[in-house]
Design a protein around this ligand. Sequence first.
Ligand SMILES: Cc1ncc(COP(=O)(O)O)c(C=O)c1O
Length: 397
Amino acid sequence: MKHSFDEVINRLGTHCTQWDYIEDRFGEKDLLPFSISDTDFLCPPEILEALRKRIEHGIFGYTRWNHQEFKDAIQQWYQKRFSTLVNEDWILYSPTVIYTISKLIEHITEEGDHVVVQTPAYDAFFKLVEDNKRVFSGNKLLYENNTYSIDFQDLEKKLAHPHAKVFLLCSPHNPTGRVWTKKELKKMIALCKKHQVYVISDEIHMDIVRKPNVHIPIVEVAEDLDHVCICTSASKTFNTPGLGGSYAIIPNQELKESFLVTLKNKDGLSSTSTLGAIGLMTAYLKGGQWVDDLNVYIENNMELVKGFLNKHIPSAHLEIPESTYLAWIDVSNLPYTDEQLQNALIHHGKVAIMPGEMYGKDGKGFLRMNVGCPSSKIIDGLQRFKSAIDYLENKYK
Ligand SMILES: Cc1ncc(COP(=O)(O)O)c(C=O)c1O
């Protein structure tokens, strides 16, 4: 492995959402955070070098994204990592993935229309659907033998509703980590096509995937490209959300053009962050090896969590997810309520691990632990987890 991810870097005092503002989510300061999904890793050295060079230039005027270099970098990444050909006309910039999804939903649907989403679901999906006054139509994933699968019968029922207009797919899936297979993707797309439902595929977790699973971009499997699009970003993988910027792949040119009118004319957001664009282009042209190494490191962290739980908290179970740096831990066999467990983690373990209910009621009985950090932090966090359980055992024995 060329890159090491062991270095511990103090992020406190950088207005860092995960560390400096942990109290906002967990009601207490000074907790060791495994919460929102950014990582504690330095960017690849190639990105740091490119940013330094750009900063030394010293002028940070309005910056275009709509040029060949931006699109080439994305095309090359898709070609190299997923063997997918992306037409340059499909590529467009957007400030964030959630902004893109929100605006596309506004374009495609009317107030009161249904947006179908598999649950448990990334928490922002609930908010963006409901605050756009659309109806969140949940398609609960089936959970059997520690594995998630799609309830296609229920999915078809939800898609067949006369007001269902969008299927908001999370591929790979946050929080369960499922990497959808070609067969599953084809079946989902076929059902959407049958019921004339447009597919928005949020693929922000596409690069963190454990072998032998392979992420397949939705444009690779869809036969009718007018009914699908991808919303994604390099920010999750390379830990650059603070630089700003994401992108979308929208083959339907009419939809793409109307999105651009909103971005540019209505919302005045078309000029990109200079550093964000440099980050993306450098990441995609030079960051391949770093991502390969990162995947190995994350897998080791997952093994670490699994091994620790098996040994010290055997009623909790981690099935190593197929993708993401988010360990989705089944705590449903612990003899405590989610509230008792959270209280013990926060007040006794001094550790912040997301309660599964954050991802809707179908996340009950789970914890989501972000393992995108040096292994030493994972060990510290697991020991805190254990001390919270020891406290509960004593209290309720
Ligand atoms: C599935 C998913 N989509 C989108 C985002 C956020 O992306 P952005 O900050 O670009 O809106 C996240 C971050 O955790 C995510 O997990």
